[in-house]
Ligand binder design. Structure first.
Ligand code: PLP
Length: 344
């Protein structure tokens, strides 16, 4: 059974169970379909089995041992990964400027953070790749249980996860990769290589680039089953409409239609890059448009795009501006951006 199929079946039982809206009493009528599909763990529906089977199928698609559907973002995936492999008092390497969930995860595990730096690329105002020498040096002097690496970065800088993984394996260190911004990677050879299947744990936000609803995400694990750790932090009343959307999301990305759409997006973005010769592009991931224009600061570029062309970027620093695209970015939207960039 799958959650998608389960929602197609009409329930014929009379439920005296939660949720109290009984799938037919709508307080917010804009969400009518959402209420209809918002169910609990009743015998009539049995969404627990359907979810387990959907996750098993997803693991096969990704080539991981376990894939868990998350409805509290990559944040919950990082926390569950750390709780799964780190004991109280152990040390975890954490990037100083990482997303706050990394340090929070370490705190929740009662572990000790060992902070590391990343090189700042001054010409772009963004942090660079993970430096394996830092890892080797730290491992020479400290006993580390796990390391959390962000790859890609928000701006699309991708680290050499295979190399990091080899070092971690040789030193019995668990590797957790925050791939929140790389959920499309497993579905195209034209994008950077995904860490799924390489790192012990890989966490991806479906909502950031892969067309998912906020805050859907995935936790992939190669060895350890993260279910117990997830049970520590998850509600016992999950949102099945969101979980079903995750199953449908993965099916779409893995389908011929989904792969074709992703290929077309990459075509459009590559064309945009070659067309807009008056701006510079940087980064390892074509879907993250990290740009700068000579004579303008990143903030000035951002303001011009917003005020003059009605285009809002994702993130800006004093040197460059980053516009994020994803599976839902239309050709029309890219054309609008191309038009604006050529007129700068
Ligand atoms: C690098 C990185 N990791 C993790 C997260 C948390 O992701 P989520 O919003 O899916 O919980 C974010 C969110 O912005 C992020 O940028």
């Amino acid at each position: 059974m799958s959650l998608i199929k389960l929602f197609k079946h009409k329930n014929r039982k009379v439920l005296f169970t939660t949720p109290s809206h009984s799938q037919s009493f709508f307080i917010v009528n804009k969400f009518l379909q959402f209420y209809k599909h918002d169910i609990s763990e009743t015998d009539a529906h049995d969404p627990v089995t359907a979810l387990a089977e959907a996750e098993t199928r997803a693991a096969k698609i990704y080539g991981s041992k376990y894939t868990k559907f998350l409805t509290n973002g990559s944040t919950s995936g990082i926390i569950a990964a750390v709780l799964s492999c780190v004991k109280k008092g152990e040390k975890v390497m954490v990037w100083k400027n990482a997303h706050p969930c990394h340090l929070n995860a370490v705190k929740l595990a009662g572990a000790e953070p060992v902070f590391y730096d990343l090189p700042l690329i001054d010409e772009w105002g963004v942090y660079g790749k993970f430096d394996v020498e830092t890892l080797k040096l730290t491992l020479n002097s400290d006993r580390i249980a796990a390391i959390i690496v962000t790859s890609p970065s928000y701006e699309g800088i991708v680290s050499n996860v295979s190399l990091i993984s080899d070092i971690c394996l040789a030193n019995n260190v668990r590797l957790i990769v925050d791939e929140a911004h790389g959920a499309l990677y497993p579905f195209s050879d034209r994008l950077p290589k995904s860490s799924v299947g390489i790192a012990d744990f890989t966490v991806q936000s479906l909502h950031k680039t892969a067309g998912g609803l906020n805050p859907t995400a995935l936790l992939h694990s190669q060895e350890v089953n993260p279910s117990d750790a997830l049970a520590l932090i998850n509600t016992t009343s999950p949102s099945y409409p969101l979980l079903m959307s995750i199953e449908a999301n993965i099916n779409f990305l893995n389908s011929v239609r989904g792969r074709k759409k992703l290929n077309e997006l990459i075509d459009e973005l590559e064309m945009l890059r070659s067309y807009c010769e008056n701006v510079e592009f940087y980064g390892d991931d074509v879907t993250k448009l990290l740009i700068k224009k000579s004579g303008l600061t990143g903030f000035e570029l951002s303001e011009i795009l917003f005020e003059k062309f009605g285009i809002e970027d994702e993130k800006t620093n004093s040197v460059s501006t980053m516009l994020l695209s994803g599976i839902g970015t239309s050709k029309k939207k890219i054309e609008k951006l191309r038009n604006a960039l050529t007129k700068l």
